[in-house]
Design a protein around this ligand. Structure first.
Ligand code: FES
Ligand SMILES: [Fe+2]
Length: 398
């Protein structure tokens, strides 16, 4: 069966075609990968007052994340306890209560059913609620888990918290949002993110400010990059900015790494200059670019003046939705949004074109798994090992 074909792949090669195109494998991905770990939902700054909510779709599942009256975050399946209708019509908003559009059952932000009309005098309102989903907030980023028994997130929180804290994302606003529907399997997008083999040929804006080195498992070295990294790490240490790289420890699902930018660039902009006021207590010399990767669904760069997050949402085997958000200091005045988004709008759109083109070939009769470069694609291999291990665990009874 097709799932077996995925698991019998040859290490060091891309996956068999079915892993990318077969609806059965896609269903296994949802079950064993997407519903077992932690997923990126959104940002604390979008949930800054009671009733503020956002939604996070994963194929047929939708999670509502909402700030409660008590200030705590709650997450629920967006499924009415009456006959199952969706409650939300919008991606985000602010409500006093969730009112089902079908028969108007009313739920508090804590998910408890408050009122259900015409259900008879003895109807036990307290017995019904929205099904809860695990949620965690870490330094301005919000994560949810569809697992019944979510894995411990403490290691990720401990690695991410201190490194992201200086950027104070909780005190930002979303200045720009880009939404894309990409005609490719979600793994094609993650593979693309896990190598910079393609950067020089495809990302002229990105490579202005970034070395195309520093991706985990890229064993190339260049004296100019090594010198910039050593100098930057010494500077970050002097300023008390933690700069330790934590890359998929023990095969884990996350990476946090602060990388230097090229000379003359304090941020990922076209001209090297900041495109927004500095975040938190950072200054131009401080920050480099903090890279955050969470498998299977997110990557983010936190710079001295803005952060950009990318969230993947699988739709079907050949379709992935992507949300890219740009965060700036909440009290920043009017900004040049074109300048703010220039690098990551271009880079994202270049990547989606590469992914769609890649997927078109993968889906065709002529596709065979191909060899990964041991020099620049070790992190693709790392992702594929992580992925196949997750499928394997899912097939093995606990
Ligand atoms: S399905 Fe929600 S009130 Fe009936
Ligand atoms: Fe890219």
């Amino acid at each position: 069966m097709s799932e077996t074909a995925v698991l019998t792949r040859s290490p060091g090669r891309s996956l068999p075609q079915a892993a990318y195109t077969d609806p059965d494998v896609f269903a296994a991905d949802l079950e064993h990968v997407w519903a077992t770990g932690w997923l990126f939902a959104g940002h604390t700054c979008e949930l800054d007052r009671p009733g503020a909510y956002l939604t996070r779709d994963v194929a047929r599942d939708r999670v509502i994340v909402v700030r409660g009256e008590d200030g705590a975050l709650h997450a629920h399946h967006d499924v009415c306890a009456h006959r199952g209708s969706r409650l939300t019509g919008a991606d985000r908003g602010c409500v006093r209560a969730f009112v089902c559009p079908y028969h108007q059952w009313v739920y508090g932000t804590d998910g408890r059913l408050r009122a259900a009309r015409h259900m008879g005098p003895d109807f036990p309102v307290d017995d019904y609620r929205l099904a809860p989903v695990a949620v965690r907030e870490i330094e301005g980023l919000v994560f949810v888990s569809l697992a019944q028994d979510p894995p411990d997130i403490a290691g990720f929180a401990a690695a991410l918290g201190p490194q992201l804290a200086p950027h104070r994302l909780a005190g930002t606003r979303v200045e720009a949002r880009l939404h894309y529907r990409v005609a490719a399997n979600w793994k094609t997008l993650v593979e693309n993110n896990r190598e910079c083999y393609h950067c020089r040929g495809s990302h002229p804006e990105f490579t202005l400010s970034n070395f195309d080195l520093g991706v985990h498992g890229d064993v190339r070295s260049h004296p100019r990059y090594e010198a910039a990294l050593a100098e930057a790490r010494a500077r970050w240490a002097r300023r008390g900015l933690p700069g330790e790289e934590v890359s998929f420890p023990g095969g884990a699902w996350y990476r946090i790494a602060r990388l230097p930018l090229r000379d003359g660039f304090v941020t990922e902009s076209l001209d090297g200059r900041p495109v927004a006021p500095f975040l938190g207590g950072l200054t131009a010399e401080d920050a480099g670019s903090l890279r955050i990767v969470g498998l299977p669904d997110m990557w983010a760069h936190a710079n001295c003046d803005y952060a950009v997050t990318t969230r993947l949402s699988p739709v079907d085997a050949g379709t992935t939705d992507v949300d890219v958000c740009f965060l700036v200091r909440a009290e920043a005045g009017e900004l040049d949004v074109d300048a703010l988004t220039a690098v990551w709008r271009a880079t994202s759109e270049q990547d989606w074109e590469l992914c769609e083109n890649n997927y078109a070939g993968i889906a065709s009769r002529g596709y065979r798994p191909g060899p990964l470069s041991p020099v620049v694609e070790a992190s693709v291999e790392g992702f594929l090992s992580w992925y196949t291990a997750a499928l394997e665990r899912g097939r093995t009874p606990a």
